[in-house]
Structures are given as structure tokens and as C-alpha cells.
Design a protein around this ligand. Structure first.
Ligand code: PGA
Length: 262
């Protein structure tokens, strides 16, 4: 795991955007896994800026989103379809046919999930998967005790996630769907690189458990300790519970310039 601690979420997001942009320059037909939530917003804003001001070209890029609520129409203001089109896709030159987001209204969830996995493989696999992290350590919507071998499937959100996400539903917990379709932990682990962003004090414990805790299904993100190329971009607030924080800074500062955000 590579731990990259930046002053604030803006700096961390810009560094992460640099990694994504480098991939697209090197591999114009890159396959990128995307996340929703408040965490990746600045990363997406920076990718949009790079598209508009530096010509970053998404015309051959394919994307797969991690998850979607079951029971929300694509057009629902809180669906992850709406989120992605509003916050990224409508402002870059990605082709609609290259965008994949689980369909929360599908009749046969199981067949849909199998097909989603097949499409990821057919696209050549995910080059970089962008991840946020839940305050309970979930990645995608893989809540605690999710199997590390899981693939795209239906999941039930924890009560804590429902509470955390109520802020997007006018603070009303009863409006938050309880089920979702999410890529599995096995799916996420197949990505060639995982790029996890975590900001704010509310994520500090999850970040410490991810990096320094035992690998255990009670903290799904801890599986990233087994990933050969996982980069964690955190701000100072999210780094406050790390025991080895000085070591991580020392490692990062000692990297040769060319390797820094690569
Ligand atoms: P957040 O959610 O980015 O809104 O904090 C992260 C997550 O639940 O994965």
C-alpha cells in the first residue's frame, strides 16, 4: 500500500487526478472504475478542468461505476446515474455507450450482475478503480462481513450507511434505499490499481483500520493490504489515527520526483 498524505482534500484530489490523467495519456482506451459520494467530487472537477484546459481526451475511455441504489430510477436526483452525469460525464467527451453504471431498476438483479462482470472482463479489466471509503470501512457498498471473494451482487446497506447517506435525502433516513447493486470485493481486487480517497476526521478510524489493522471482513477495505497496487490519498484529518504517520511521510518525501504521483 502506498499512503499519500496531503495537506487537504483539494491537494490530495489533484494528486489523484494526476494519476488518472497519466493513465489516460499512456492508454487512451483506459478502463476506469468510478465511485460516487462526496469524496471524489474534487477529483472529478479536476479531471473536467484537465479536459477543458489541457485537452485530456475521454473519447476512448470506458468506465464502470461501483454501485447503485436498488429502487431508484436513473432520473432520480439521488441516483448514482444522475450523480455521475451531473458531476463528470456531461462535462467531458466520454461516449455514453462507454459508460456503465449498475441499473437499480432491473428486474433480474442476478442476471444483470453476471452480465456486469462479463462486460468488465470484455472491456479488458479495470485499469484504475477509484474508491471512497465508508466510515465503517466499506468500499463500493461492500459492507462489513462482505466476502472478500464477492462479485457484483445485491447488498443490504448497514444502518450506519443509511444514516450517513440520509444527508443526501434531506436528512430523512426513511428515504434512503436499503438495498443496492455493488461490485464485489473480488471485482475491486481485480483492478490493476486501486486508488482510494479518504478525507476528514470521520474517516480517520476507517483509514487506520484499513492500513494498520488486521485484514478482516469486519473492515472490508483492509483487503487492500493484499492488493499489489493500492494508493491511498488522505488529508491530514483522515490521517490522525495512523500510528506510523511519520514513516509514511518519510517514504513519500523520499520518492524520486518522477515516481511521486505515478
Ligand atoms: P462519502 O462516501 O464520499 O460521501 O463520504 C464514501 C462511501 O460511502 O464510500
Amino acid at each position: 500500500m502506498e499512503i499519500i498524505i496531503k495537506q487537504d482534500s483539494r491537494e490530495a484530489s489533484h494528486a489523484a487526478a494526476g494519476v488518472v490523467a497519466r493513465l489516460i495519456h499512456e492508454k487512451p482506451n483506459a478502463v476506469i472504475g468510478l465511485a460516487t459520494g462526496s469524496t471524489p467530487l474534487v477529483l472529478y472537477r479536476e479531471l473536467i478542468r484537465k479536459h477543458k484546459e489541457e485537452g485530456l481526451d475521454f473519447s476512448r475511455v470506458t468506465t464502470f461505476n461501483l454501485d447503485e441504489y436498488i429502487g431508484l430510477e436513473k432520473e432520480h436526483e439521488q441516483s448514482y446515474h444522475t450523480f455521475m452525469w451531473e458531476n463528470l460525464f456531461s462535462q467531458i467527451n466520454i461516449k455514453a455507450e462507454n459508460v456503465h453504471i449498475p441499473d437499480g431498476m432491473v428486474a433480474d438483479v442476478s442476471a444483470f450482475c453476471t452480465e456486469y462482470e462479463r462486460k468488465i472482463v470484455a472491456a479488458g479489466g479495470i485499469d484504475i478503480q477509484v474508491l471512497g471509503i465508508g466510515s465503517d470501512g466499506h468500499i463500493g457498498f461492500n459492507e462489513y462481513t462482505s466476502s472478500f471473494a464477492s462479485r457484483t451482487r445485491i447488498k443490504t446497506l448497514t444502518q450506519r450507511t443509511v444514516k450517513d447517506n440520509a444527508r443526501f435525502f434531506g436528512g430523512d433516513k426513511s428515504k434512503v434505499p436499503h438495498h443496492c447493486i455493488t461490485m464485489g470485493i473480488g471485482t475491486i481486487m481485480d483492478a490493476r490499481m486501486n486508488l482510494l480517497l479518504a478525507f476528514g476526521e470521520g474517516k480517520a478510524k476507517a483509514v487506520a483500520d484499513t492500513i494498520e489493522g488486521p485484514v478482516a471482513a469486519i473492515v472490508p477495505s483492509s483487503i487492500l493490504q493484499h492488493h499489489p497496487n493500492a494508493k491511498l490519498f488522505v488529508d491530514e484529518a483522515a490521517a490522525t489515527q495512523l500510528k506510523l504517520v511519520d514513516y509514511y511521510r518519510w517514504v513519500y518525501e523520499g520518492k524520486p520526483e518522477w515516481q511521486k504521483d505515478a
